[in-house]
Design a protein around this ligand. Structure first.
Ligand code: ZN
Length: 109
């Protein structure tokens, strides 16, 4: 594939040969190419509204310690609750941990 992505200019477009789909891993742009007729059907416009525009944050998924932000938050909550029961954790401390977890989640969404 030597055609750059029309949305973000990424020169390394990926080709899904099984489904005849050409897509961009950077911004999410995807088109289906009919192998018989050569007809191109847009599947996804990708992140940018205009060519050259930066993709929105949703396509640049952030992770905390290798985990999805929400997974991290839920797991942290579960651990904190477990600690509260097992180690008879002070409720103020538990609330503090929850607050930190939530802030981590919020700023890494
Ligand atoms: Zn792209």
């Amino acid at each position: 594939m030597d055609i750059p992505c029309p949305q973000c200019g990424n020169p390394n477009l990926q080709v899904d040969e099984a489904n005849s789909v050409v897509y961009c891993q950077k911004c999410g742009f995807a088109v289906k190419v009919d192998p018989k007729t050569g007809q191109v059907t847009p599947l996804s416009q990708g992140g940018g509204k205009a060519p050259g525009a930066a993709p929105p944050a949703v396509y640049r998924k952030k992770e905390i310690f290798g985990m999805d932000g929400l997974t991290f938050f839920m797991l942290g909550t579960a651990v904190a609750l477990l600690l509260a029961f097992v180690a008879n954790l002070d409720l103020t401390l538990l609330a503090g941990i929850e607050g930190v977890l939530f802030l981590l989640y919020w700023f890494n969404r």
